[in-house]
Design a protein around this ligand. Structure first.
Ligand code: GDP
Length: 316
């Protein structure tokens, strides 16, 4: 821990909107520093305000262009925006990853926007460990909306969607996405579907295909019906309509459904932390004093390996 990492002070500064404090707090949670628990506890009274919007879809579909366009649209309304770009495959973190993401550079000097990238490869617990904490930092820092974008490929797309209040699933014509998405189970997680690159041939048929697949889904009376929005993220076309649908979804969730989603999300988070904690303790077992004893007992035939494992678990 570097000098000056007074957690309470950093949280207070972050709440005043100081970008350096926000960045430092995210570094603390990301690096699993011994301060992680302290940071998490200090954030607790200040979270729950931000609307977390996840963007998911195959690489090249336009996620990062759409994220940048959404930032512009939300900033025009005067909202504070956080962007968390998570790369489940990269071992690099921080500025490196976003350095070449030129489209975001328009917003780099805007005090109302926090942009952060995180890598999660190599993290014990992966996405489920550090990402919710980074979201909490941005939330406590007063972001009205946090855009959570996955960079790179992976099944973690679905995992990311589990962290969002509203999930946008992006498709684009000519990528065979309609079929692919159905396979990946991504159609179930979309609250709003975006057919991006609507300036390209085939956009209308992608929408048609999507509409027919979505139409087959059984939905209870009064349930949210995911809309399909056509966008050209590179010019901003359709972005206002997209923002309206995001708002409408937030409104549809209301207080009750939103709390239920967040409750489920926190349940998963606690479970992940618990499992990870147990895994770490178990990882240290090779030096556990009782292990030799139990092995000797199994060898002597006085107990069996399953009973021995149960005994060991009780000692953890
Ligand atoms: P990501 O990998 O999903 O984040 O996709 P990017 O946002 O990096 O976009 C991939 C490429 O598609 C880039 O070259 C973008 O400029 C381009 N692109 C994004 N949106 C559009 C669009 O609406 N129309 C067209 N023609 N190109 C787009």
């Amino acid at each position: 821990m570097a000098a000056g990492d007074d957690v309470a002070g950093l949280v207070a500064q972050a709440r005043e909107g100081r970008p350096r404090a926000v960045a430092r707090l995210i570094s603390l949670v990301e690096s699993e520093s011994p301060r992680l628990r302290e940071v998490s506890a200090a954030l607790s009274p200040h979270v729950g305000h931000a609307h977390v919007v996840g963007l998911t879809g195959s690489p090249g579909v336009g996620k990062s262009t759409t994220t940048a366009a959404l930032v512009s649209a939300l900033r025009q309304r005067g909202q504070r925006v956080g962007v968390l770009a998570v790369d489940p495959t990269s071992p690099f973190s921080g500025g490196a990853l976003l350095g070449d993401r030129i489209r975001m550079s328009d917003h780099a000097t805007d005090a109302g926007v926090y942009i952060r990238s995180m890598a999660s490869r190599g993290h014990l617990g992966g996405l489920s460990w550090a990402t919710p904490q980074a979201l909490r930092v941005l939330d406590a820092a007063g972001c009205d909306v946090i855009l959570l974008e996955t960079v790179g490929v992976g099944q973690s797309e679905v995992e990311i969607a589990g962290l969002a209040d509203t999930t946008l699933v992006l498709l684009a014509p000519g990528m065979g996405d309609g079929v692919q998405a159905a396979k990946a189970g991504i159609l179930e997680i979309g609250d709003v579907f975006v057919v991006n690159k609507a300036d390209r041939d085939g956009a209308a048929s992608t929408r048609r295909e999507l509409r027919s697949v979505l139409g087959m889904a059984q939905r209870p009376e009064g349930a949210w019906r995911p809309p399909i929005v056509m966008t050209v993220a590179s010019t901003g076309e359709g972005l206002d309509v997209l923002v309206e649908h995001v708002d409408a979804h937030r409104e549809h969730l209301g207080a009750g459904e939103l709390q239920r989603r967040r409750h489920d999300r926190i349940r998963r988070e606690i479970r992940a932390i618990t499992l990870e904690t147990v895994r770490r303790r178990v990882g240290d077992l090779s030096g556990h004093a009782g292990l030799d004893d139990l092995a000797a007992q199994v060898l002597a035939g006085s107990t069996d390996p399953f009973a021995a494992a149960d005994q060991l678990l009780e000692q953890l």
